[in-house]
Design a protein around this ligand. Structure first.
Ligand code: NAD
Length: 428
């Protein structure tokens, strides 16, 4: 049962730094490589605005519950704020700010004309009926309406929200505006202005970037083994595409555990989270492993694509992969990252690898503004081209500055955001 105005802090003692602390630390790390006005860096430590709203909901039993919602808007120097809305009991203001900063870097790295935003409601969506979810989403759209819009701030689905929620959100916004405004959110079903290929885009970009990194390291895809944690929107398309490219995907997992076949799994046959939720372990495979064991498998490439903070100081020394491609947001803690750097394990960061999601969201927005829908082939071609451009920009920094792929990605992003601030100036 959801309670009214639920508290947002998890019970556990925080052992890792918060999303906001991580985002600020990464900003400082990148800034140390660049000659940027310290005033701009200081500005970027803070969000432009954070909106906090109370969202009342009439429950199915007639009672009223009030939930807290946030929308953090970090930076819009390159264009409207862009980022997801999550429904999760652990949503906090600081987390929204930290994640909105990540969106600023992700959009800048992909060179798409958006800034960073993130928001959510402190609620467990599993405690709500479909009707309650619809009412809550519509009311949230109304509470945020003064601060968002197709040229101001464009939300998207995130944890606990989906394409249906985006359709309700768009409808509620449009009803009040008096006209259909499909461009107010992305990640909608294609029939109401969504883009073809949006659902598999983050996984697709993970596979494209993994393929490029494998080639960069001089490996042969045909001889490369891959393990993927999480078989949902990100992990499943990534595993299947790498399989199609010729790599051998030996292990995949869901929340219940992992399946392992040293000769390679038929990834198209294993049910994805969407096809049959949490059914990976039901698949007939030679071996079953735990998620912890999957992370420590002796493979060439490890793709954590389920949840954050799975590669930590506890297991970083036991990871045997030579290349980690981050499919999930924030799967590697700072301590693990330091260990991987020391051990010479290459890590391709989330803001590059899973950026296919926001990139196809950008395509969706362009389609909405132009009232024109693109073919799936066009979406795939343009995504491939955007990913290769971003990859090339990151490789250039890696080579010229001798930094990690993570640092290089942040340097590219910060350079672009800082240059935009320098050109626009501080007003008044
Ligand atoms: P999803 O719900 O579609 O799939 C998640 C998968 O991970 C499922 O197979 C689930 O069983 C598994 N899983 C859940 N908890 C787990 C645990 N504790 N251990 C192991 N496996 C677990 O989610 P998704 O959309 O694929 O998102 C996965 C990650 O990618 C998240 O970090 C998300 O923030 C990030 N991401 C998603 C998108 C997107 O557009 N979907 C874009 C960028 C980043």
């Amino acid at each position: 049962m959801a309670s009214a105005a639920p508290t947002s802090e998890p019970d556990d003692e925080p052992t890792e730094e918060t999303a906001l602390e991580t985002a600020r630390r990464q900003l400082d790390r990148a800034a140390a490589h660049l000659d940027v006005d310290p005033g701009i860096i200081e500005r970027l430590h803070h969000p432009n605005q954070v909106h906090r709203v109370s969202v009342p909901l009439e429950r199915d039993d007639g009672s009223t519950a009030v939930y807290t919602g946030y929308r953090a808007q970090h930076d819009s120097v390159r264009g409207p704020y862009k980022g997801g809305l999550r429904f999760h009991p652990d949503v906090t203001e600081d987390e929204c700010i930290g994640l909105s900063m990540w969106m600023t870097w992700k959009c800048a790295l992909m060179d798409i004309p958006f800034g960073g935003g993130k928001g959510g409601i402190v609620v467990n969506p599993k405690d709500l009926s479909v009707d309650e979810k619809e009412r809550l989403t519509r009311r949230f759209a109304e509470e945020l309406r003064p601060f968002i819009g197709p040229t101001k701030d464009i939300p998207a689905p995130d944890m606990g929200t989906d394409s249906q929620a985006m359709a309700w959100f768009m409808d509620a916004y449009s009803m009040q505006e008096g006209e259909t405004q499909a461009g107010v959110v992305t990640g909608k079903p294609p029939v109401v202005g969504g883009s073809k290929g949006r659902d598999t885009a983050p996984g697709r970009s993970v596979a494209i970037i993994a393929r490029e990194a494998i080639e960069h390291l001089g490996w042969d895809l045909e001889d490369t083994t891959v393990a993927v944690q999480g078989f949902g929107s990100v992990g499943a398309p990534a595993a299947r595409l790498l399989d199609d490219y010729g790599a051998t995907v030996v292990a995949v997992s869901d929340v219940n555990g992992a399946i392992y076949d040293p000769d390679g799994l038929d990834t198209h046959d294993v049910p994805t989270h969407e096809e049959e939720p949490e059914a990976v372990m039901k698949y007939d495979a030679p071996q079953k492993l735990s998620n912890e064991e999957l992370l420590e498998l002796d493979v060439d490439v490890l793709i954590p694509a389920a949840i954050g903070n799975v590669l930590t100081e506890e297991n970083a020394d036991d990871v045997k992969a030579d290349l980690i491609v981050e499919g999930a947001n924030g799967p590697t803690t700072s301590a693990a990252d330091a260990t991987f750097e020391e051990r010479g394990i290459h890590v391709v960061p989330d803001i590059l690898a899973n950026a296919g999601g926001v990139t196809v969201s950008y395509f969706e927005w362009l389609q909405d503004l132009n009232h024109r829908s693109w073919s799936l082939e066009r979406v795939h071609d343009e995504l491939e081209s955007e990913m290769l451009d971003a990859w090339a920009a990151v490789c250039e920094e890696v080579e010229s500055r001798d930094v990690t792929w993570r640092d290089a990605a942040y340097i590219v992003a910060l350079e672009r955001v800082a240059a935009a601030h320098e050109h626009r100036g501080l007003w008044p």
